[in-house]
Design a protein around this ligand. Structure first.
Ligand SMILES: Cc1cc2nc3c(=O)[nH]c(=O)nc-3n(C[C@H](O)[C@H](O)[C@H](O)COP(=O)(O)OP(=O)(O)OC[C@H]3O[C@@H](n4cnc5c(N)ncnc54)[C@H](O)[C@@H]3O)c2cc1C
Length: 301
C-alpha cells in the first residue's frame, strides 16, 4: 500500500509551536502557532493563499526590536530570515533590495560598490523589512530618506508598488498601508569612495561598542528619545541603572537598554518597561514612548 502524502502548493518551511525566543534578540518569547519561512516571493504568495481568511499574520525580521510575550503568538508568523535577500543594481546608483536582506549585508554591498548614503545600515542589526517598518536609523542616517519605492504584499497575496510619498514617515514611525508587508525596496544612493565610508563606519561601530552593551541580549534602545532630550539621560537620572525585575536589568552601560541577564521572562522585561515609564514620569514629568514593539498573547496572571 502506498503511504499517504500531503500535497502542499508551497515550498518553504512550516513549523508548529515554534518558540519565539529562538527568533528574538532578547531571547524571550513563547510559541508561535505556526512559523513559516518562505522560499521566495512566489512561494510566500502561494502560502498566504492557503491560510484561512481570518488568520492573524505577523511578519518578523531578526526580532531585534520585538518583545514577544511568554504566551507566544496566535496565528502565523512569517520570517524572512535567510530568504528574499537579493540585491540587484539598477540605473543611477539605485539598488533593488529584498526585505530579507540583512542591513549589515546591504551596508557592505554599498561599500564594495562605491555607493554612499547606506553606511548607517551597518549599525542596524535587523533585516531591511524591519528597518522599513521601523524607519530605523543610526549614525545620523535613517532608512526612509534613501527609499524610492517599495513592493508590498497583502494577506491575499496581492502585490503593490508604493512610492515613499505614500507613507507618513517620522522618527521610528511609518504610517500608511498598514495591512501590507514589505517584500523589497528600491533604494537610492550616490557614487563615492566606498573604502573611506567603510573605514568611517568601522570607527563608529567601535565607538558604539564602548558606550552600548552590544554583545548582550537586548533590543537596542527600548524607548524613543523625547524631543530635544535623551531617554537614556532621563532613565539614568531617575536612578534606574542596574535596576532589575527577575532576569531583566536596566543596563549599567547605557540606561536605554534592558538586558536579559540569562533567565529573563518576557513578563520580567514588560514589567521593567512599565516600571521605568512610571519612574521617569514621576521624577521628570515626561511620558516616554517605547521604540520596541510588544506583541503576543497577554497573560491573565
Ligand atoms: C544591539 C542593538 C542595537 C540596535 N541599534 C539600533 C539603531 O541604532 N537604530 C535603530 O533604528 N534600531 C536599532 N536597533 C533595533 C532594531 O535593530 C531595528 O528596529 C531594526 O530595524 C529591526 O529589524 P528586524 O528585522 O529585527 O525587525 P523585527 O524586530 O523582527 O520587527 C520589527 C517590526 O517590523 C515589522 N516587520 C518586520 N519585517 C517586516 C516586513 N517585511 N514588512 C512589514 N513589517 C515588518 C515587525 O512586525 C515589527 O513590528 C537595535 C537593536 C539591537 C538589538
Amino acid at each position: 500500500m502506498m503511504a499517504a502524502s500531503r500535497v502542499h502548493n508551497y515550498r518553504g518551511v512550516l513549523l508548529h509551536d515554534e518558540l519565539m525566543k529562538k527568533h528574538t534578540s532578547w531571547r524571550v518569547g513563547g510559541p508561535a502557532d505556526q512559523f513559516y519561512t518562505p522560499e521566495d516571493l512566489d512561494d510566500l504568495e502561494a502560502f498566504l493563499k492557503t491560510l484561512p481568511e481570518n488568520e492573524d499574520i505577523t511578519f518578523i525580521g531578526l526580532g531585534s526590536n520585538l518583545l514577544v510575550r511568554d504566551k507566544g503568538i496566535r496565528g502565523t508568523v512569517i520570517s524572512l530570515k535567510g530568504k528574499m535577500s537579493d540585491i540587484e543594481a539598477l540605473e543611477d546608483s539605485r539598488l533593488r533590495v529584498g526585505a530579507g536582506t540583512s542591513c549589515a549585508k546591504l551596508a557592505r554591498y554599498c561599500h564594495r560598490n562605491n555607493l554612499i548614503g547606506g553606511e548607517f545600515f551597518a549599525g542596524i542589526p535587523g533585516l531591511l523589512g524591519g528597518a522599513l517598518a521601523m524607519n530605523a536609523g543610526a549614525f545620523g542616517g535613517v532608512t526612509w530618506p534613501v527609499v524610492d519605492s517599495v513592493i508590498t504584499l497583502d494577506k491575499q497575496g496581492n502585490i503593490y508598488k508604493r512610492n515613499a510619498e505614500d507613507y507618513e514617515i517620522n522618527y521610528r514611525s511609518v504610517k500608511g498601508h498598514e495591512n501590507e508587508w514589505f517584500v523589497s525596496a528600491d533604494l537610492k544612493f550616490t557614487p563615492g569612495d566606498g573604502e573611506q565610508a567603510a573605514q568611517k563606519v568601522k570607527e563608529l561601530l567601535e565607538k558604539r561598542s564602548q558606550t552600548q552593551p552590544t554583545g548582550l541580549p537586548s533590543c537596542g534602545s527600548v524607548f524613543k528619545n523625547p524631543e530635544n532630550d535623551y531617554a537614556a539621560r532621563l532613565i539614568e537620572e531617575s536612578g534606574l541603572k542596574g535596576f532589575a525585575i527577575g532576569g531583566a536589568v536596566v543596563s549599567e552601560k547605557h540606561a536605554n537598554f534592558i538586558i536579559n541577564s540569562g533567565s529573563a521572562l518576557a513578563s520580567d522585561i514588560e514589567k521593567l518597561i512599565k516600571y521605568v515609564l512610571k519612574t521617569v514620569k514621576d521624577k521628570h514629568g515626561i511620558t516616554l514612548k517605547t521604540e520596541v514593539r510588544v506583541i503576543g498573547e497577554v497573560s491573565n496572571d
